[in-house]
Design a protein around this ligand. Structure first.
Ligand code: NDP
Length: 328
């Protein structure tokens, strides 16, 4: 990626005169990589899209925007971004079209009225949804002459523009290579997972199950602390230490899980269940909701019923999945 100083964003209303697609999807794919800053369209100005637009303007990109609530673009237009009047006008303005929308229902709500402008476009879809929907969207885009790259951003909005921030991508390799310099303005690291549009969404969702359940465990600990006269600040050092120990824990178990080793030499599921019951009882005694710890205790009970009392609690993994991967 080039580090050439930014060219000020153009303020000409390019978006009001939709351009003819400059390349077909195929020729875009076979053309050499574009250096940054390249002009682009960004649709969606929630906290994430707004942070992306700000970063792209900072780096000198000419950015054409569209958002359902147009006023969210006001400060960006003041800084030189171009606000398109319609999604079609926004899509027509540039070969690279980045989407940052709530989900794929929102993607179709925005793009269906804009299909006339889609041929030749590379749609980088950073909206979250399932791998199945990502594959369907890739086929839908191809049916309209566009290339779809799925993305899954791994940082919150304040991580956008940082070198250590990372995003998963999957879809046509040529399109990723061609626009990589621009994508690495958004997050300094990109992890291309392969041609299958679903792979980036899959990687994103499996990180989300870790993130949402882990952070929810923290909400439960804070509620328990507060019910007993402690503050979130009081437990911060211990909660942080607990989380900081996770990489070593994961690394120990991942190699054993992949080797099919659930030996109860270090821990036993029966101990895990007893411990979880203490957690559930402590919540109940404190008048605090126990839904999340109870769900974990139930899971451990299932493992016990399946005969894993003396096995490691990693044996739970075997209870959870379908035997055959589903690629729907
Ligand atoms: P928001 O849900 O806050 O932003 C949603 C954007 O989608 C807004 O621009 C909103 O428009 C638009 N939108 C929603 N529904 C429709 C619709 N039916 N028609 C047209 N536009 C619609 O999400 P964020 O900005 O926080 O995130 C964007 C994506 O990035 C999400 O998929 C999220 O999962 C993902 N992500 C977010 C992270 C975060 O920490 N925020 C972290 C990593 C990924 P309007 O302004 O008019 O409401």
């Amino acid at each position: 990626m080039t580090t050439t100083p930014a060219t000020p964003a153009a303020s000409t209303p390019a978006a009001s005169t939709p351009s003819t697609p400059s390349t077909s999807a195929t020729s875009a794919a076979s053309t050499p990589s574009l250096t940054s800053p390249a002009p682009l369209t960004l649709i969606g100005l929630g906290p994430m899209g707004h942070a992306m637009a700000t970063t792209l303007l900072d780096k000198g990109h000419q950015v054409t925007l569209w958002n359902r609530t147009a006023s969210r673009a006001d400060d960006l237009v003041e800084r030189g971004a171009i606000l398109a009047a319609t999604p079609e006008e926004a899509v027509a303005a540039n070969e690279l079209v980045i989407l940052s929308l709530t989900d794929y229902d929102a993607v179709y709500a925005v793009l269906e009225p804009a299909t006339a402008a889609l041929p030749g476009r590379v749609v980088v879809n950073l909206s979250s949804d399932t791998p199945k929907k990502a594959r369907e969207a890739a086929a839908w885009a191809a049916g309209h002459g566009a290339v779809h790259l799925t993305g899954g951003v791994l940082v919150p909005p304040n991580g956008i523009g940082k070198p250590e921030a990372s995003t998963f991508y999957s879809g046509p390799r040529e399109a990723y290579d061609r626009h990589r310099a621009t994508l690495e303005v958004l997050t300094g690291a990109t992890d291309y997972r392969g041609e299958d549009a679903g792979l980036a969404a899959l990687m994103y969702q499996l990180n989300m199950v870790i993130f949402w359940t882990s952070v929810s465990s923290y909400w439960y600990a804070v509620a328990l602390a507060k019910a007993n006269g402690l503050s979130a600040a009081d437990i911060l050092p211990y909660a942080s230490l607990n989380m900081a120990g996770m990489p070593e824990f994961l690394s120990f178990y991942s190699s054993r899980i992949d080797a099919g080793n659930h030996e109860g030499d270090v821990d036993r599921l029966a101990m895990g269940l007893a411990s979880m019951e203490h957690v559930v009882d402590t919540h109940a005694d404190s008048g605090v909701d126990a839904a999340l710890p109870s769900a974990v205790a139930d899971l451990f009970r299932r493992g016990m019923e399946a005969g894993h009392a003396a096995d490691s609690f990693s044996s739970i993994v075997g209870l959870l999945g379908a035997a055959t991967p589903r690629n729907g």
